[in-house]
Design a protein. Structure first.
Length: 95
């Protein structure tokens, strides 16, 4: 189940990025991250390795709320993902 929500988040990022007319390279540059890192996020790889602040910046660059990135009908999966992301941020002092 977790892999599915990560891929869903990545798909949401791709959808909104394309809706904004941005390439991966353009969004990565705005976020000050590498294209390879953004590609992994969009494919649902290493999602929990990224601090929540990365997703906040992604949403900000596309002028959407972070809720749009995590939007799914699988509420349980979202709760798991957010809880793990917040725990990661707490452990790495980014909140």
């Amino acid at each position: 189940m977790n892999e599915n929500i990560y891929k869903y988040i990545g798909t949401n990022i791709i959808f909104h990025r394309r809706l904004c007319g941005m390439t991966q390279a353009a969004l990565a540059q705005r976020l000050n991250i590498g294209v390879a890192k953004l590609s992994k996020i969009e494919r649902g790889i290493d999602v929990l390795e990224q601090p929540l602040s990365v997703y906040l910046r992604i949403a900000e660059q596309m002028n959407i709320s972070i809720v749009e990135l995590f939007k799914t009908t699988d509420v349980k999966a979202v709760k798991i993902c957010v809880r793990k992301s917040v725990k990661w941020c707490w452990l790495h002092s980014c909140l």
